[in-house]
Design a protein around this ligand. Sequence first.
Ligand SMILES: Cc1cc2nc3c(=O)[nH]c(=O)nc-3n(C[C@H](O)[C@H](O)[C@H](O)COP(=O)(O)OP(=O)(O)OC[C@H]3O[C@@H](n4cnc5c(N)ncnc54)[C@H](O)[C@@H]3O)c2cc1C
Length: 638
Amino acid sequence: MAGGSFLLADGLVNDGDAKSGVFYWKVRRGDRSRAPAPTNSFNVRFMPTYRAPLADIRFVLEDLLDVGQLATLPGYADATPDVLVAVIEEAAKLCEDVLAPLNQPGDAEGCHYEQGAVRTPRGFRDAYSAFIQGGWPAMVATPDFGGQGLPKISHVVLDELLCASNLSFSMYPLLGHGAVGALERWGDDELKRRFLPRLVDGSWAGTMCLTEPHAGTDLGMIRTRAVPAGDGAYLVTGTKIFISAGEHDLTDNIIHLVLARLPDAPPGTKGISLFLVPKRLPTDEGTAGSPNGVTCGSIEHKMGIRANATCVMNFENARGWLVSEPHKGMRAMFTMMNGARLGVGMQGLGLAEVSYQNAVAYTRERLQGRSARGPAMPNAEADPIIVHPDVRRMLMTMKAHVEGMRALTYWVGTLIDVEERHPDAGRREEAADLVALMTPVIKAFCTDLGFEMANLALQCFGGHGYIREYGMEQFVRDARIAQIYEGTNGVQAMDLLGRKVPEGDGRLVRRFVAIVERDLAAAAELPTLVPIVERVRDAVERLERVTGTTLARAAKNPDEIGAVAAEYLRLFGLVAVGWMWTRMAQIGESKAGSAGVAASKRSTAEFFVTKLLPETQSLAARIDAGAAPVMALDATAF
Ligand SMILES: Cc1cc2nc3c(=O)[nH]c(=O)nc-3n(C[C@H](O)[C@H](O)[C@H](O)COP(=O)(O)OP(=O)(O)OC[C@H]3O[C@@H](n4cnc5c(N)ncnc54)[C@H](O)[C@@H]3O)c2cc1C
């Protein structure tokens, strides 16, 4: 570091570059509250912060998606845009003021394991209390069990805010939310009565227990067993690993949804059943009750999300109850997994957003070099690095991907509401097809970008990005897991190309392309948008062409799908976001001269289609190369 480190007052350290005049204040012994407030633009303290991007969120909800239409769906009459925005603004306060300040300390402290008990980092218990007192776990759950019944899109937005402010924290309620969805859909009346009210209000948490030491992607190999207890319950025995939030001190009960095999189970995934296994057996009065045969064997020491406990869970004759039918557990678990996959996609968006925000703040303040056009700040020793085109390239890449992802993910969020509530069966089916098609895209495309954008933001900090207290390396570490869990991104790609694309003889893709083409035609009526529309149209045609040629090759060689699926999913994601950018540019044009975020949409759209969308050309070339170059070498040659 050029400027060295200066002790300025008791505990205060200037760790910045004295020559350039940029000072990054920090406080020894961890007491950051004593750091001085900024005095001028050359004297700032830097620590990662988070502000919910409310203006862009409103743009997407109101201008792009016309979210007011959701209020016309049965049961959503009260969910007007004003109500949704007010709710989101409240969530923003919690995320900015309570959760974001715990993100770095939580990472530094991690979780503590002692004799089966797990303690979350300092501050997490209070934050969780604030979270449930605010009613956030109940936001979109059914009012029949204490939920507030808001549209699902509001939870998609909440997810973005939670993940951006504190990914580790967000995963404690995320699993409970998933368990509520699975029980609402597949639980019998008795299970709903006993467990939903406490899961909905957040006083009990949830988990999903799939993975075993020898069975990760291939769940057909799981060995956990369930035998009838003779009274309608089952006794579950086995070991699960990598269970997020498997044990913690935030709630007095944890409800595990566990995949296991019944004695007469056929082999493979067709023989898997789903069981609800509580940590404690609830009393008739609804309190947590006595311990069940569930223990936490250890927690993992890991690269990121260190404040979220990743647990080995041992089940020994633990009492549980069947959810849905025997041997149909994967179908029920997929309700939870599909929701969780969209939730993990939001982790990518959230981390990309918070990384981008901090990169913008830093590049505005860090003084290095001069603008190629001549000094931008002649009275200073150097210009802020935001003047340099290469830094702009990084910022624009982040901005275009972040806002594009937000538009795409929120669109899918509104489709979930249409799928569940629209009175017209045709509209419900169309929405269901599009959600199914987009789920692997959202999961994998957004989490790949989450990691890439966090890494790009770190690059904007130069060497400071590599230093822990600036916070950027934590975002990179935290973002990495989202590409792996909930089905690796490679598995998502095969789900897209191997299952969703061929489904119904291409019905899902045809539906998607029809909507895109309709919107492109509408945008092309504005002459100024024609260059943008043409580039997106080219990319759509490219997608359609490689879809046809790849499926034709796959009919002859089964390796073709796996060999190009990752490239195909990336291409799909870029096309989908290109479509969103066309629509956003169209709104930007119609609001030309406005002061809000709409004003920047047109030029960001141009950046996306000229600098990022061309990646579809190289992706198409790589897809066309097929499986042969990938599979040519014998396995012994590596
Ligand atoms: C921090 C963390 C939290 C987690 N939380 C949970 C949780 O809450 N609940 C839970 O049940 N699990 C959880 N997991 C487990 C996670 O879902 C698995 O790690 C993931 O599904 C991959 O399984 P695996 O690790 O066994 O890898 P493997 O299945 O061994 O895969 C290794 C590699 O091979 C590839 N691969 C495997 N099979 C195929 C195939 N057929 N075709 C092509 N490629 C293939 C994969 O894509 C991957 O790149 C968590 C894991 C971590 C690290």
